[in-house]
Ligand binder design. Sequence first.
Ligand code: NDP
Length: 274
Amino acid sequence: MEISSKVKLNNGLEMPWLGLGVFLSKDGTEVENAVKTALENGYISIDTATIYQNERGVGTAINESGIPREEIFLTSKVWNSDQGYQTTLAAFDESLEKLQTSYLDLYLIHWPKGKRSVETWKALEELYGKGKIKAIGVSNFLVHHLEDFLPECKIIPAVNQVEFHPELIQPELLQYCQNRNIQLEAWSPIMKGKVNDIPLMKDLSTKYGKTPVQIVLRWDIQKGVVTIPKSVTRERIISNADIFDFELNDKDIAKIDRLDQNKRIGPHPDYISF
Ligand code: NDP
């Protein structure tokens, strides 16, 4: 495995196991430098969203990187207030314009919004059919959301991007998605840096000669979960991708699994106020 290694999604598209997250990376120089640093150091996947308000900077950095667009895997997400059929089509066009591209690799429904998400999905299915998105998916969908949603879908989501880290593993959701060939993707994978404070991670860090962050990102991939750590710090962007030269053994994976406390650092999808 290497930084450009990919997993095949349920429609045959290949998605890199590792990407750069850009939530809270400021539009302009900050996000542009982060994306350029990532691309210069082997990342080929970038995860943004309309609500991050940095799509323009992401697009500029990709264009200026000199890397052909088709070698990059670009994800964005439709925001809650844009959900619905027509509004999603309009929001998608706006994202393409800001990202300065003619297509997206992956477009996600950012949060579940009941029946409105079914209308949103119809728009995504249409855009997918026209070839403007290579894969479509959801984010923050729990099992009960998927149970309601999947019977309404002509196309099964390729990806479900959810909060996932050692203190929030949601094994039932992971199993549910794996059984249906929906790729799970981890947001806040390193708990905003707090995995550095977990004693087990410090022990494993010494054992494997890797940082706690690298241990956790490697654990993601070995569990079959795509991961997208965010950083705007050059050294961290580089170090977060240095996870392809070692392997955790099964016992240590099980030890990390036992850290699960079903504890969120972000909002619970059933109780969002936005
Ligand atoms: P992460 O767990 O990726 O943590 C990011 C934070 O950790 C930043 O403050 C960063 O600081 C810091 N950091 C990065 N690398 C290191 C390191 N090696 N050592 C110590 N600290 C480090 O959290 P995010 O919430 O950003 O999640 C990742 C991505 O997931 C997002 O950027 C976004 O793309 C996506 N996401 C999706 C959501 C959804 O609803 N679908 C919700 C939230 C996130 P610095 O930048 O200063 O280096």
